[in-house]
Design a protein around this ligand. Sequence first.
Ligand SMILES: Nc1ncnc2c1ncn2[C@@H]1O[C@H](COP(=O)(O)OP(=O)(O)OP(=O)(O)O)[C@@H](O)[C@H]1O
Length: 692
Amino acid sequence: MYKPQRLPFGIAMSDDMLIHFSSNSSNHSDQSLPTKIAKLEARMVGKGSASAPAPATWSAASSATATAKFGAAEGLVEAAISSDSDDDNGGEFLIQANTQKRQKLEEDDRTTLFERIEAAADGRQKIVETMETKAGFDVTRKKQGRGRGHSVTGRGRGSRVNDQTRMEISPSTVSPSNGQLDNSYHKDNRPKEQFRNDDRSSLVEEVASLRAKVAALEEDLRKSCQEVSDYQHLCQQLEKELKDLKDHEQHMKPKRMKVISDLLISVSKAERQEARMKVRQDSLRLGNVGVIRAGTVISEIWEDGQTLKDLNAHLRHLLETKEAVERQRKSLKKRQSDKGDGIDAETGAQEEDILIQDEIYKSRLASIKREEEIFLRERDRYELEKGRLIREMKRIRDEDGSRFNNFQILNHRFALLNLLGKGGFSEVYKAYDLVEHRYVACKLHGLNAQWSEEKKQSYIRHAIREYNIHKTLVHHHIVRLWDIFEIDQNTFCTVLEYCSGKDLDAVLKATPVLPEREARIIIVQIFQGLVYLNKRTQKIIHYDLKPGNVLFDDLGVAKVTDFGLSKIVEDDVGSQGMELTSQGAGTYWYLPPECFELSKTPLISSKVDVWSAGVLFYQMLFGRRPFGHDQTQERILREDTIIKARKVEFPSRPAVSNEAKDVIRRCLTYNQAERPDVLTIAQDPYLTYSKK
Ligand SMILES: Nc1ncnc2c1ncn2[C@@H]1O[C@H](COP(=O)(O)OP(=O)(O)OP(=O)(O)O)[C@@H](O)[C@H]1O
């Protein structure tokens, strides 16, 4: 709160000013001003320091001068007296004695010094007031400040009245034992007049120096006022500039959005064109979807492209050659066993010739095998390319068939670009957030118009539940969920962090076996995401960990996504876990045996995710899933494949470290009670990269 401070001259002074003065290096001596004044006054009233004792018969004139000079500062004088601990009564007596003298001279010898100082004080008062006004203090405060200033002046006058009152007490009433004055007078033998003159001249010097200080202070004050006004002016100018900029920004925002979205659209259009062209080119090599008609039924079939046809023809030819050579070799062997004396009965060839012929066939077969291996590797590569081509064709077809393919801007900020892929009930578009200026993935959830109202509501409830879980998750290895909004009655959109890399499913389709080092760092990241899910107050079981739900950003950071099936672990669940209420969902290759329990409601915990992670790790290392790899979902269920998955077997190739196999064994522990939970397995040295 603003509190005006009081100067020794009785001038109200703001805190700011005090700070200014005290911080001004040229005014260091001013800090001792009140002390000096007090000392002076004390000296004038005969209460000087031991080093400069005042005479007892101190002249009335100099006393009056001092009164005039320090009338306004009497409070300080009093303070100086009262704080002088040597002799309180003596002090009182001296004041009274000098006040008497002072009053005598007051009528005829009021010095100009007093007037000047008062004038200076008034001048300063005005400056202070001006400064206060400039600094924008409220009127009331100003009035209060001024009021106090007056009262100080009043106090100055009042103190003169006080002096008169004090005068009534005669100095004769003071006992000689108080006689500091007498003593000091007797000790000092200088003539009175000389003493008075000395004192006066020292006072004049003091006044002159005080005047100089006042002038310096006034100059400082003037400069400060100028600075305040300059700053205020600058402030106003900046405020105006800011407002202009904001107005301009507001005005430009739609235009800028339009420019950005137009640019994005043209880039996306170019990408679409390029994607379609590439598909056409690849189709020539790898194949295309053809239509066949059987009666009235038209169905689609895949027709291989020329390169694949050539490859397959070559492989067929190699096979035929191999069979022919093997046939020849077989008959040669037969002839060899038929000959008795070492001469071929049929051709008359010697035994050595037969051996050479056999060696030729063997060598030919070996070279066919080598060639075959090369062609088979090539064909595998083409098959992978073919798979990619088929997925891309499907994506393009889905994009062409989507009602969101015309570069709409959703919710006034998300510019839809190209389709990333289509899930069961959703389309995921790459989009640009025109407010946050970043790419995002917009997942458009479409409710089937044919669905009953009840089914629609259930779907929406499910999506909102997923949103409510997912939106609270903030972790480097979990895809962020930014927003959710309705598009129309049957469609709503969730906005996700965009992961520009492939998902793990696409990675494994392109490269079914990953080097152990790469697989390890992927599984470590997945576990870090899982640890986060299990260290929150509200723990979460993902329940649908599979390659398609692990995405990569452009730096290769793996992120877990899709919390559609996730479960919140309630606080009151027992150590065995919570009840699994919605069985049947999830992808069976990745779910643990307890999820297939039909005789009673299964209890589940984070150990479900541990099992799934184990399957994922196995698949990355060996290029196949540990249980039911070649089976369909339906067959897994029918044949109880996972319920029978008691022990995991490892292929001999590729070679994988024992540590990796141990982690997989721990994750795929059949018995749920014995299987480690997320927080336990995550401490396995293989998953922590800790230095041994
Ligand atoms: N945040 C994202 N960033 C980049 N691509 C994404 C993102 N989310 C999903 N995708 C991609 O969009 C496609 C469709 O994703 P979606 O999750 O709908 O499919 P899904 O998991 O196959 O289907 P469902 O959710 O019905 O099981 C996938 O190819 C996926 O890689």
